[in-house]
Design a protein around this ligand. Structure first.
Ligand SMILES: [Zn+2]
Length: 106
């Protein structure tokens, strides 16, 4: 997203796969979720809660999914953070999203 590149933080990093300081371009879907694991090196697992409509019952059901996302050192999202993630090129077998910013605590 174009406005994400304007949110460049004052801190810098030398991560090539950082959307602000590296050469990684971001495009596609933007999602917000909560970090449920930060055990991987420079990667986090983000849980997305959303409502899915079931037309047969005319109701919404709660669904959740987990997405692996790259976590650049200049953002440094930790477990429990709410983050905004944006799609990028596939960085590994399971990672094709990158954390672009934190969106407040809890
Ligand atoms: Zn960076």
């Amino acid at each position: 997203m174009p406005q994400a590149s304007k949110e460049t933080k004052t801190s810098s990093c030398d991560d090539e796969n950082c959307p602000f300081h590296g050469s990684l371009s971001i495009r596609g879907t933007t999602l917000t979720g909560k970090v449920v694991s930060d055990k991987m090196h420079k990667n986090v697992v983000v849980q997305i809660d959303f409502l899915q409509h079931f037309p047969k019952y005319k109701r919404y059901g709660r669904k959740r999914s987990k997405i692996h996302a790259h976590n650049p050192p200049c953002i440094g999202a930790a477990k429990g953070d709410n983050v905004k993630i944006t799609e990028c090129r596939p960085l590994s077998k399971t990672v094709s999203f990158v954390v672009v910013r934190k969106t407040g605590g809890v």
